[in-house]
Write a protein that binds this ligand. Sequence first.
Ligand code: FDA
Length: 392
Amino acid sequence: MTETDVIIIGAGASGLMCAIEAGKRGRKVLVLDHANKPGKKILMSGGGRCNFTNYSIEPENFISNNPHFCKSALTRYTQWDFLALIESYQIAFHEREHGQLFCNDSAKDILNMLLAECHKAGVVIQLNTVITEVKHSGDAFLLASHQDRYCCASLVIATGGLSIPKMGATPFGYKIAEQLGIKVWPTRAGLVPFTLQPDDKDTFSPLSGIAIACVVSNARQSFHENILLTHRGLSGPAILQMSSYWQSGEAVMVDLLPDLDIEQLLKTKRQQKAKNILKTILENYLPKRLIGCLFSEELLSLSLQDCSDKHIAAVATQLHQWSLKPNGTEGYRTAEVTLGGVDCDAISSKTMASKAIPNLYFVGEVMDVTGWLGGYNFQWAWSSAWCAGQYV
Ligand code: FDA
């Protein structure tokens, strides 16, 4: 039997951060993970450069059934705190659009920094450990794995969400919560590409590779970013963001020319250059192949003088309000995050401890807090884990 003060299940972003903070307080910390390496998602994040936080972190950048829950942790351990840690390790980073911060070199720098901090704080990390049982008994938690039995005073669940099962994602955290009587909101894939209805897929898959700056919206949100046509459907930052706000069966609206009033432009050109062909004008603003898929050849071959107001209005509607009904999403196989999870109302926003079960903590993505694309999910992992680390 291994006895320790704190066991953290999950050696990902939040588990390592919590371990560091608890270790710094002199707590004896053991991190258990079933994977053969720690921090696999950190390594694959941000295309290998890890978008580790964002210059602008606001509660509005997070989705939860309790939208107030994240505020406390995000103000107690901020992006500036994480940046100070990065700078103390002289990790070079750069800003991309929308305040997103990436390593110049490699996501490995972030993982190595966390592992170095764990080492300094005396944290023990044990990999290849499959937990087969968790019991709450009196003041202690009793765990079993294939190799050993464990006893700890505080237990932290940092097992993340369901995205990318190949990287070791499991529903472990949700199951433990439910086993201990804690509500779990239904989960679904977020920050994930859309698949298209069969007809749309046939039409648009030949356009794979085209990227366009658009506004993608539904009744609840809108994002002004690129969309990317792929052979499976739609991707790109605007689509990934919208997927987290999308409900199955709903249409999304795409404004393909958000910075132009195409109706006005075509009417003006009709007066100035009546003989110009509609297709030639539109091809100045959007890729030829896309124009060819959106409109009939008959319409496109009209000269502007033959375009009625009705024709022009129809073109404008198609380009500014292209309504697309996704067939679904690519699911957890390619999603960056999991929406839903452990109910925040059951957790203290100060300590991340369960309100019902003393000394049981949840941190990171396993909770019902999901960030936008742009470094927000890592910031939630750092902030929530830092808070728990002060109390475990
Ligand atoms: P995380 O998933 O990091 O860690 C969970 C750990 O628990 C893993 O080590 C896993 O092996 C372990 N585990 C799971 N089940 C277990 C079990 N049954 N027993 C033992 N251990 C178990 N975010 C961002 O802000 N910027 C970015 O650039 C990206 N990029 C990105 C790319 C890709 C491809 C993905 C899939 C995700 C991102 N993300 C991201 C999201 C980000 O990676 C994610 O939100 C955080 O890693 C969540 O941190 P956690 O510690 O909660 O879980």
